[in-house]
Design a protein around this ligand. Structure first.
Ligand code: SF4
Length: 187
C-alpha cells in the first residue's frame, strides 16, 4: 500500500512533538513543524519558531510571518496553496526570555527532521529565508551578495532571501520574490 506524503509527514510530526534530542525541547509549548501545501513545488525554510509560533504550533504566524505573506501575495503567490513552510529547528530557541538564533549543535541535531521534510515534499525550489537557512546549504557568501540569486544543488534551485524582519527596503525583498515567482511559473 502506498503511503501518502501527508501520512509520512504526520509520522515525523508525531516524533518531533515528543523529541528531546536537544535542549530546545525545554522551551517547547508546541512543536512548530510546518504549514502550507505538502504538494507544493516551493518550500520556504525559515530559522526557528518565535513566541507566538511556539504557543500556536505553526510557523510564520507572527508579525514577520504577516510581512512575508504580504510580499508573497503581492508578487502573485497564494501562500497556503503554493508553498510549504517550515523552519530549520522545530522548537523555540530562547535566552533571557527572548528569541535567539539556534546554536550549531541544535541545528545539527534537528537536521534529520528538516531533511525528511525536504525528501518527502520533494520541492523544485527552496527559498532560504534568512542567514540560518542559507548557511545550512553551505552558501557562505553574505546575504547582501546572494539574495535573490539561484544556486543549483542536485537539480534543486536554492534561493536565499532576506528574512522579512531584516532592515532592508521592501522593494528589495519584493524584487527577490518576483524572481522566485518567475522561476516558479517556468515549471
Ligand atoms: S529542536 Fe528539533 S532536535 Fe531539538 S528538541 Fe526540538 S524537535 Fe528535537
Amino acid at each position: 500500500m502506498q503511503v501518502s506524503k501527508s501520512e509520512k509527514l504526520e509520522k515525523i510530526l508525531e516524533t518531533t512533538k515528543t523529541c528531546k534530542a536537544c535542549n530546545l525541547h525545554k522551551n517547547r509549548c508546541k512543536c512548530v513543524f510546518s504549514k502550507g501545501c505538502e504538494n507544493a513545488k516551493i518550500m520556504l525554510i525559515g530559522e526557528a519558531p518565535g513566541k507566538k509560533e511556539n504557543e500556536e504550533g505553526k510557523p510564520f504566524i507572527g508579525k514577520s510571518g504577516q510581512q512575508l505573506y504580504d510580499l508573497l501575495s503581492k508578487v502573485g503567490f497564494n501562500p497556503e496553496q503554493d508553498i510549504y513552510f517550515c523552519n530549520v529547528v522545530k522548537c523555540r530557541p530562547v535566552k533571557n526570555n527572548k528569541d535567539r538564533k539556534p546554536y550549531k549543535k541544535e541545528i545539527e541535531t534537528c537536521a534529520k527532521f528538516l531533511n525528511s521534510q525536504i525528501e518527502i515534499v520533494n520541492p523544485k525550489i527552496i527559498i532560504l529565508c534568512g542567514n540560518t537557512a542559507k548557511n545550512i546549504f553551505k552558501i557562505n557568501e553574505p546575504m547582501k551578495t546572494v539574495h535573490g540569486k539561484c544556486f543549483e544543488n542536485n537539480g534543486l534551485k536554492l534561493v536565499p532571501i532576506y528574512h522579512p524582519r531584516a532592515s532592508i527596503l521592501d522593494n528589495v525583498k519584493l524584487s527577490d520574490f518576483k524572481k522566485v515567482y518567475k522561476m516558479y511559473r517556468e515549471f
